[in-house]
Design a protein around this ligand. Structure first.
Ligand SMILES: O=C(O)C(=O)C[C@]1(C(=O)O)C=C[C@@H](O)C=C1
Length: 252
């Protein structure tokens, strides 16, 4: 992988990254789908972990993000943690390009992403049931949450490239705090339609059960039409919200 210099983020390179992140997101759902819902993973009163109040999932999230923070994950402006208080890095860190306006650091909607994931998204994908694999379930959930959080917050990078391309179009709308006008300026319906078609197709290709018998009806590990709605209902709209939030702070 090549190292990006600050001026190497372009609308094209950012879109390429979003396309590659689709693979990560879809594979993470395929992995989670090996397990049933395992609802005890999320129950506060089940885990009774010494010196910790929260569910087994909360514990895994807390511990995992802390070790990742200590080892430098959140030094990269492409990463946004779920936990609010994290340990500082204990390792020397790479000098990541500072492409974004500094106000970007104050934008983090992970609380909302987590809520939507557990309330709306997980029940769509996952069969009910319990097989006892709570630790594996929780780490798979966290992998999904980190992948969709990165994708959605990547809206900051998309917005910055758009702003740099046409500052004169964006500046008056930012000064007027006109969210709606900013939204219509940044939207590209043609690109959205391509994203939706592509993720549905990727879900078909990546998640199909392989049968050597040509007469067997295709089966998918995650339903491609649900991947389509995942993007249509949540991922793309939330990316656009991040773009608007970022632009509103772009001249601070
Ligand atoms: O590619 C862009 O231009 C983006 O802003 C990203 C994105 C998306 O979330 O995929 C969001 C808004 C646009 O309408 C098109 C696509």
């Amino acid at each position: 992988l090549r190292m990006a210099k600050a001026d190497e983020y372009t609308l094209e390179s950012v879109r390429e990254s979003l396309i590659r992140q689709e693979d990560t997101i879809i594979f993470s759902f395929i992995e989670r789908a090996k397990f049933p819902l395992n609802s005890l993973t999320y129950q506060q009163n089940y885990s009774s972990i010494p010196n910790f109040s929260g569910s087994l999932f909360d514990f895994i999230l807390h511990q995992t993000e802390n070790i990742q923070a200590k080892t430098g994950r959140y030094m990269n402006p492409e990463e946004n943690p779920y936990e609010e208080k994290l340990s500082p890095p204990i390792v020397p860190h790479y000098n990541f390009p500072q492409f974004l306006h500094p106000a970007a650091a104050s934008i983090n909607i992970n609380k909302n992403i987590k809520k939507i994931y557990f309330n709306d998204i997980l029940p769509l994908f996952i069969a009910s049931g319990d097989d006892g694999n709570y630790a594996q379930t929780a780490s798979n959930d966290l992998t999904i949450l980190q992948a969709i959080s990165k994708r959605i917050h990547y809206g900051k990078f998309v917005a910055e490239t758009k702003f740099r391309k046409s500052p004169r179009d964006y500046e008056p709308l930012i000064r007027a705090k006109d969210r709606e006008a900013l939204m219509s300026l940044l939207v590209d319906k043609r690109v959205e339609e391509m994203v939706l078609k592509r993720v549905e197709k990727k879900a078909m290709v990546f998640g199909q059960e392989m049968s050597l018998d040509p007469n067997v009806k295709r089966k998918y590990k995650v339903d491609p039409s649900i991947v389509y709605s995942l993007y249509n209902k949540w991922i793309i709209p939330m990316t656009k919200d991040i773009e608007v939030e970022y632009l509103l702070r772009r001249l601070d």
